[in-house]
Design a protein around this ligand. Sequence first.
Ligand SMILES: *Cc1c(COP(=O)(O)O)cnc(C)c1O
Ligand SMILES: [Zn+2]
Length: 425
Amino acid sequence: MTAVAENTATTGTALRDGAFGNARALACRECGHEVDLGPFYACPECFGPLEVSYDFPAVTREEIAAGPRNIWRYKALLPVPADIEQSPNTEPGFTRLLKAHNLGRELGIDNLWVKDDSTNPTNSFKDRVVACALSAARELDAKVFACPSTGNLANAVAAAGARAGIKTVVFIPSNLEKPKQVNSAVYTENLVAVNGNYDDVNKLASEIAGEEEGWAFVNVNVRPFYAEGSKTLGYEIAEQLGWRLPDQIVIPVASGSQLTKVHKAFGELIRLGLVEDKPYKVYGAQATGCSPVSVAYKAGVDAIRPVKPDTIAKSLAIGNPADGIYVLDICRETGGAVEDISDDEVREGILLLARTEGIFTETAGGTTVGVLKKLVESGELDPTLETVVINTGMGLKTLDAVSDHVGPRATIAPSYGAFTAAGIV
Ligand SMILES: *Cc1c(COP(=O)(O)O)cnc(C)c1O
Ligand SMILES: [Zn+2]
């Protein structure tokens, strides 16, 4: 192993048997070179990203259905030990898949579903990835559980670390929304605000990971394990549809990890015979103020030019997305697309979902719903096909995005006369 791929997440304790379940190795996405399972994230041959590969046993729908109502029902397909349920964690997942009749009618989509991940323990999909990263950190005997974050990840790491009794240190851009700062600070004493954008925070985290002993940065040095957690979104959607894949799915893109792993999950389900093999289209959603992947998609190029983010969708504000090129590949290969919308349209997306389905999403979800609308209007998304849109986060964390746009219709004296005079009904 060369220094490129290595870091100090582990304190040198030998791995126990089955520490990573059915995972076999870490394989390079670019050249296929394999390294042993461990705190490695870059290929020693070509610097490409490493990804977990498996020797899957035969897995049946019945075995999965008999599991707990959280992500560990899919533990055979994740890099976690068979006894994962014995280790304290936040037990995310198995969130609701809601038939969106009203939103579908509004947009002219016949068969629309919302996968609502705002109901996870810290109210975003990040609890899924963090639960898998926590397992890896434990097995590697890490002493500190950490992350650079656009907000939700810090919330999830701080909460999971508290529950697991492991020290946490979470790094955020200092201009982050106040509710997201508080949602980390209640769980950890070590919230570090960095004067810079997410990409600056990420660079700092990589530096610390290289210098300090025993730190597991969930999305840096244990990123291959972290990323696998997003697969559970794909497994759940298929299981909740009655072991079937949707025709189309719209997913928000920050680093692009979630989108690539939902696609990986669908592929695994097909290969394992758990769902019927069929084509499906994957669509990526970005806010125009941070849309490096959408820009590359529309220009028809393969390279992604990093940008300086400027958008209210701060949870998607990654200007240099690690998995951006894979998002391009997947959206193009499956016949989907990548699209972006303005901050005003993000706000409209938040209100549209709230007023049609009773779901208050954050700016990332506003982006996804707004992009769904734009894709239908432009004809890029077929409204006659079964479609799933993912809501990844919770509106109470980004109140500022809409607080100046909604409020009391009237403020009145506590009398019936005042009420009738206000002309409410
Ligand atoms: C992190 C995040 C995303 C996107 O995640 P990536 O895997 O980095 O693309 C989407 N929505 C919310 C709410 C997030 O916090
Ligand atoms: Zn490689």
